[in-house]
Design a protein around this ligand. Structure first.
Ligand code: SF4
Length: 201
Protein backbone atom coordinates (compact mmCIF):
# COMPACT_ATOMS: atom_id res chain seq x y z
CA UNK A 1 0.00 0.00 0.00
CA UNK A 2 1.24 3.48 -0.81
CA UNK A 3 2.41 5.28 2.32
CA UNK A 4 0.20 8.28 1.52
CA UNK A 5 -2.88 6.01 1.25
CA UNK A 6 -1.93 4.22 4.45
CA UNK A 7 -1.70 7.55 6.28
CA UNK A 8 -5.02 8.72 4.90
CA UNK A 9 -6.74 5.52 6.12
CA UNK A 10 -5.20 5.91 9.58
CA UNK A 11 -6.48 9.50 9.79
CA UNK A 12 -9.96 8.46 8.70
CA UNK A 13 -10.21 5.56 11.16
CA UNK A 14 -8.48 6.89 14.24
CA UNK A 15 -8.76 9.83 16.63
CA UNK A 16 -6.34 12.60 15.66
CA UNK A 17 -4.00 12.03 18.60
CA UNK A 18 -3.57 8.30 17.89
CA UNK A 19 -3.31 8.85 14.14
CA UNK A 20 -0.43 11.30 14.63
CA UNK A 21 1.42 8.94 16.99
CA UNK A 22 0.90 5.90 14.77
CA UNK A 23 2.00 7.66 11.57
CA UNK A 24 5.14 8.91 13.29
CA UNK A 25 5.88 5.47 14.78
CA UNK A 26 5.55 3.76 11.40
CA UNK A 27 7.80 6.43 9.84
CA UNK A 28 10.48 5.78 12.46
CA UNK A 29 10.15 2.03 11.94
CA UNK A 30 10.65 2.45 8.17
CA UNK A 31 13.79 4.52 8.83
CA UNK A 32 15.11 1.80 11.12
CA UNK A 33 14.37 -0.89 8.55
CA UNK A 34 16.25 1.10 5.91
CA UNK A 35 19.35 1.30 8.12
CA UNK A 36 22.36 -0.90 7.46
CA UNK A 37 22.14 -3.14 10.54
CA UNK A 38 24.84 -5.79 10.87
CA UNK A 39 24.47 -9.51 11.52
CA UNK A 40 25.35 -9.04 15.21
CA UNK A 41 22.54 -6.53 15.63
CA UNK A 42 20.01 -8.78 13.94
CA UNK A 43 21.10 -11.81 15.95
CA UNK A 44 20.74 -9.92 19.24
CA UNK A 45 17.34 -8.55 18.17
CA UNK A 46 16.15 -12.11 17.53
CA UNK A 47 17.46 -13.19 20.95
CA UNK A 48 15.54 -10.35 22.63
CA UNK A 49 12.45 -11.41 20.71
CA UNK A 50 12.77 -15.07 21.74
CA UNK A 51 13.23 -14.24 25.43
CA UNK A 52 10.38 -11.72 25.37
CA UNK A 53 7.93 -14.23 23.86
CA UNK A 54 9.03 -16.93 26.31
CA UNK A 55 8.51 -14.75 29.40
CA UNK A 56 5.21 -13.47 28.06
CA UNK A 57 3.94 -17.04 27.69
CA UNK A 58 4.70 -17.63 31.36
CA UNK A 59 2.67 -14.54 32.30
CA UNK A 60 -0.39 -15.53 30.26
CA UNK A 61 -2.46 -16.68 33.25
CA UNK A 62 -2.03 -13.59 35.44
CA UNK A 63 -5.15 -11.53 36.19
CA UNK A 64 -3.72 -8.35 37.80
CA UNK A 65 -3.36 -6.55 34.46
CA UNK A 66 -7.12 -6.69 33.75
CA UNK A 67 -8.18 -4.33 36.55
CA UNK A 68 -5.05 -2.53 37.79
CA UNK A 69 -6.14 0.92 36.50
CA UNK A 70 -9.73 0.93 37.83
CA UNK A 71 -10.55 4.32 39.36
CA UNK A 72 -7.25 5.97 38.38
CA UNK A 73 -7.30 9.43 36.74
CA UNK A 74 -7.30 9.76 32.94
CA UNK A 75 -5.60 8.42 30.88
CA UNK A 76 -4.74 5.52 33.21
CA UNK A 77 -8.28 4.87 34.41
CA UNK A 78 -9.93 5.25 30.99
CA UNK A 79 -9.71 1.45 30.77
CA UNK A 80 -9.81 -0.86 33.78
CA UNK A 81 -6.62 -2.68 32.83
CA UNK A 82 -3.19 -1.86 31.49
CA UNK A 83 -2.19 0.87 33.92
CA UNK A 84 1.41 0.60 32.70
CA UNK A 85 0.18 1.12 29.10
CA UNK A 86 -0.97 4.69 29.82
CA UNK A 87 2.34 6.26 28.73
CA UNK A 88 3.31 8.03 25.52
CA UNK A 89 3.77 5.83 22.43
CA UNK A 90 7.10 7.37 21.38
CA UNK A 91 8.55 6.84 24.86
CA UNK A 92 7.38 3.24 25.08
CA UNK A 93 8.74 2.57 21.59
CA UNK A 94 12.04 4.38 22.07
CA UNK A 95 14.75 4.09 19.40
CA UNK A 96 16.33 0.96 20.89
CA UNK A 97 13.03 -0.84 21.41
CA UNK A 98 11.98 0.04 17.88
CA UNK A 99 15.36 -1.15 16.57
CA UNK A 100 14.99 -4.48 18.36
CA UNK A 101 11.52 -4.92 16.89
CA UNK A 102 12.56 -3.92 13.37
CA UNK A 103 15.52 -6.29 13.22
CA UNK A 104 13.52 -9.17 14.68
CA UNK A 105 10.91 -8.88 11.93
CA UNK A 106 8.30 -6.25 12.87
CA UNK A 107 6.98 -4.31 9.87
CA UNK A 108 4.72 -1.23 9.71
CA UNK A 109 1.69 -3.39 8.81
CA UNK A 110 2.17 -5.27 12.12
CA UNK A 111 1.53 -2.10 14.15
CA UNK A 112 -2.27 -2.23 14.12
CA UNK A 113 -4.13 -0.15 16.73
CA UNK A 114 -7.53 -0.86 18.29
CA UNK A 115 -10.63 1.11 17.18
CA UNK A 116 -11.36 2.24 20.77
CA UNK A 117 -10.62 5.59 22.40
CA UNK A 118 -7.00 6.69 22.57
CA UNK A 119 -5.85 6.72 26.21
CA UNK A 120 -2.11 6.29 26.58
CA UNK A 121 -0.14 4.03 24.26
CA UNK A 122 -1.57 3.97 20.72
CA UNK A 123 -2.17 0.21 21.04
CA UNK A 124 -4.03 0.25 24.36
CA UNK A 125 -7.72 -0.51 24.01
CA UNK A 126 -10.74 -1.86 25.83
CA UNK A 127 -9.48 -5.42 25.41
CA UNK A 128 -5.85 -4.78 26.31
CA UNK A 129 -3.01 -4.46 23.83
CA UNK A 130 -3.91 -4.80 20.15
CA UNK A 131 -0.42 -6.01 19.21
CA UNK A 132 0.81 -9.58 19.09
CA UNK A 133 3.52 -10.09 21.72
CA UNK A 134 6.06 -10.40 18.88
CA UNK A 135 5.53 -6.74 18.06
CA UNK A 136 5.43 -5.26 21.58
CA UNK A 137 8.51 -3.59 23.04
CA UNK A 138 10.49 -5.76 25.45
CA UNK A 139 9.73 -3.27 28.22
CA UNK A 140 6.03 -4.15 27.97
CA UNK A 141 6.89 -7.65 29.16
CA UNK A 142 9.71 -6.61 31.42
CA UNK A 143 7.71 -4.20 33.57
CA UNK A 144 6.31 -5.88 36.70
CA UNK A 145 4.33 -3.55 38.98
CA UNK A 146 3.77 -4.18 42.70
CA UNK A 147 0.28 -5.63 42.09
CA UNK A 148 1.58 -8.13 39.55
CA UNK A 149 4.58 -8.88 41.74
CA UNK A 150 2.22 -9.75 44.62
CA UNK A 151 0.16 -12.03 42.35
CA UNK A 152 3.25 -13.84 41.10
CA UNK A 153 4.42 -14.25 44.68
CA UNK A 154 1.05 -15.80 45.65
CA UNK A 155 1.34 -18.19 42.70
CA UNK A 156 4.88 -19.15 43.73
CA UNK A 157 6.22 -17.89 40.38
CA UNK A 158 7.97 -14.65 41.32
CA UNK A 159 11.56 -15.91 41.61
CA UNK A 160 11.40 -17.88 38.36
CA UNK A 161 9.86 -14.96 36.44
CA UNK A 162 12.37 -12.48 37.85
CA UNK A 163 15.23 -14.73 36.72
CA UNK A 164 13.76 -14.83 33.19
CA UNK A 165 13.29 -11.07 33.20
CA UNK A 166 16.91 -10.54 34.25
CA UNK A 167 17.99 -12.62 31.23
CA UNK A 168 15.71 -10.58 28.97
CA UNK A 169 17.14 -7.35 30.38
CA UNK A 170 20.73 -8.53 29.88
CA UNK A 171 19.97 -9.47 26.26
CA UNK A 172 18.33 -6.11 25.67
CA UNK A 173 21.36 -4.30 27.12
CA UNK A 174 23.61 -6.22 24.72
CA UNK A 175 21.37 -5.20 21.83
CA UNK A 176 21.32 -1.55 22.97
CA UNK A 177 25.14 -1.39 23.04
CA UNK A 178 25.45 -2.69 19.46
CA UNK A 179 22.50 -0.63 18.20
CA UNK A 180 23.84 2.57 19.74
CA UNK A 181 27.32 2.03 18.31
CA UNK A 182 25.93 1.42 14.81
CA UNK A 183 23.69 4.49 14.98
CA UNK A 184 26.63 6.61 16.13
CA UNK A 185 28.63 5.33 13.15
CA UNK A 186 25.70 6.19 10.85
CA UNK A 187 25.71 9.77 12.13
CA UNK A 188 29.49 10.15 12.00
CA UNK A 189 30.10 8.58 8.57
CA UNK A 190 28.81 11.50 6.44
CA UNK A 191 30.67 14.01 8.66
CA UNK A 192 33.95 12.11 8.25
CA UNK A 193 33.33 11.85 4.50
CA UNK A 194 32.77 15.60 4.29
CA UNK A 195 35.97 16.31 6.23
CA UNK A 196 37.97 13.95 3.98
CA UNK A 197 36.48 15.57 0.88
CA UNK A 198 37.30 19.07 2.18
CA UNK A 199 40.90 18.01 2.79
CA UNK A 200 41.21 16.60 -0.70
CA UNK A 201 39.73 19.83 -2.12
S1 SF4 B 1 2.52 -1.87 23.14
FE1 SF4 B 1 0.78 -2.88 24.13
S2 SF4 B 1 1.61 -3.73 26.04
FE2 SF4 B 1 3.07 -2.17 25.32
S3 SF4 B 1 2.47 -0.24 26.33
FE3 SF4 B 1 1.42 -0.31 24.32
S4 SF4 B 1 -0.60 -1.21 24.78
FE4 SF4 B 1 0.75 -1.69 26.52
Amino acid sequence: MLISVERLLIKLRQPRSRADELIELRRRLRDELAADAGDDERTLAREVHARKVAVSAELREVTSCRSCATGAPWPRGHYDGGDCCAGVTADLFDDHELGALAHAGTRPRDLVPPRDDHAGCAFRGAHGCSLAVDHRPARCVHYICDTLRAELHRRGRLDAIEARLAELDAEMQRFVAVHRARRDRDVLAPILDAIAQARRG
